[in-house]
Design a protein around this ligand. Structure first.
Ligand code: G6P
Ligand code: MN
Length: 440
């Protein structure tokens, strides 16, 4: 099997230890020659990088490991680029969440006005990353987790339409599959799902088992009877438990399909905004919780000199998915994953340029998505509105257009009112001066 060179962009992320652990777990199907962590934040990078040295020395001493803030070192001679950057870090996520809530509309990492603001920040750095990677490693696969993945995917498709080796992914569908598995006591690896939508905006229509029985009706029934919890509920903060719990409401109101958790921001925008605390949001919860824990533990591991028995990695889905996707591509395994691809007829009554999230077989030629066919009016209407919002966001960025930004936010179901959209937009422009192009 080929030995791979990979770089993790956003090496100083709280998610990095989980990905590194997944890399050491999957060496049998994804052998490694060289692993590089790359980040623009030297301080965060160093903490995670020093932890990683110990992890690799213990779990995979044959792997050459380095960390760097130097682009050339990061991107040269790579087979895979795993990307998970967060422009502006958690302090900007906090603003994305709090500013809209201050106007009474949803403030969330990837949905609504917060997602818009984050998208406008991510696009610039993502374009730069792709240009740099292509300069130093023309053939590398770029697997991207960077959020808001829907907007990032659309922007990269616009700017690099001929680049067939960029794949945008999200772990939420697989988190849901794992959670369904726990709910009905079934091995989620054996599920064969049918899914369609946009990123953080989709539905499972069927969950087939090994024998071709659709388990979705049973899963819905169980959710209606006893509620819904994440597979790793014991490790989750309260806000995530609340998020999963609202799936029950969505299944009751719209019993046809199993919804992605993120749809609640669009289906119940007022109810949800009223539940969120504009003074203490998920960003605060993460900074006080996961971020503190990961960095403390990494420092502690360095002091002790061993990563054995460390708790630093618990969210397996995120780490496992990106490594398994890479293995499936590299070894032409043709496993099924839910990924983000250009529609091109997959959903036959949506336009070709929509970046849809759908189940696909992944092999050496990239994703081969499974056809979905026609979708019904409710879903089509929701998706087309959301796609128009995403497209206008990308165009607002590329053209520096205030009007398009205002149109985008007005179309977003979490806002709707154009006067409110203007207030939120103006406040976000002020907060994002350092990051956004000037909107005229
Ligand atoms: C899921 C989503 C990601 C998102 C993350 C937020 O994994 O798929 O897109 O970034 O949740 O998690 P957090 O714990 O940071 O709120
Ligand atoms: Mn996601």
């Amino acid at each position: 099997m080929k030995q791979h060179n990979i770089v993790l962009v956003g090496g100083g992320s709280t998610w990095t230890p989980g990905i590194l652990k997944a890399l050491t777990k999957h060496l049998h199907e994804f052998p490694l020659k060289r692993v590089v962590l790359y980040d623009v934040d030297e301080e965060r990078q160093e903490v995670i990088g020093e932890f990683a040295k110990i992890l690799f020395a213990e779990e995979a001493p044959e792997v050459e490991f380095t960390y760097t803030t130097n682009k050339i070192e990061a991107y040269s001679d790579m087979d895979f680029v795993f990307c998970q950057m967060r422009t502006g870090g958690y302090p900007m996520r906090e603003k994305d969440e709090k500013i809209p809530l201050g106007f009474g509309v949803i403030g969330q990492e990837t949905c609504g006005a917060g997602g818009f603001a984050y998208g406008m920040r991510s696009i610039r750095d993502m374009i730069e990353m792709v240009n740099d990677v292509r300069h130093y490693s023309a053939d590398a696969w770029i697997l991207n987790y960077t959020n808001p993945a829907a907007i990032v995917a659309l922007a990269l498709d616009r700017v690099f339409p001929d680049d067939k080796k960029i794949l945008n992914i999200c772990d939420q569908p697989v988190n849901l599959l794992r959670s369904y598995g726990r709910l009905i006591n079934y091995d989620y690896n054996k599920f064969e799902p049918t899914y369609f939508g946009l990123n953080h905006f989709g539905w499972f229509t069927h969950i087939f088992d090994e024998n071709g029985n659709d388990l979705a009706p049973k899963i819905k029934e169980m959710i209606l009877q006893g509620g819904f919890r994440p597979v790793d509920a014991e490790q989750r903060d309260q806000s995530w438990l609340d998020t999963y719990a609202l799936v029950e409401d969505m299944v009751r109101d719209f019993p046809e399909y199993l919804p992605n958790t993120y749809l609640q921001y669009y289906l119940y925008p007022q109810y949800k905004a009223a539940k969120l605390d504009s003074h203490h949001t998920r960003a605060n919860e993460v900074m006080e919780g996961r971020e503190k824990k990961v960095f403390e533990e990494c420092r502690d591991i360095v002091l002790k000199g061993t990563a054995k028995k460390s708790q630093v990695v618990h969210n397996d889905a995120h780490g496992d998915m990106i490594v398994e996707v890479a293995a499936s591509i590299s070894n032409n395994l043709r496993r099924t994953y839910i990924v983000i691809v250009p529609n091109n007829g997959i959903v036959s009554n949506l336009s070709n340029d929509v970046m849809i999230e759908v189940a696909a077989s992944l092999g050496i030629n990239g994703p081969a998505p499974y056809a979905v066919g026609e979708i019904e009016s409710f879903y089509k209407g929701l998706i087309e509105g959301q796609h128009a919002y995403e497209k206008l966001t990308v165009e607002a960025y590329l053209e520096g257009s205030y009007t398009k930004a205002l149109q985008a936010l007005t179309l977003n179901r979490t806002i709707v009112d154009a006067k409110k959209a203007r207030l939120v937009l103006d406040a976000l422009i002020e907060a994002n001066k350092e990051y956004w192009p000037e909107l005229k």
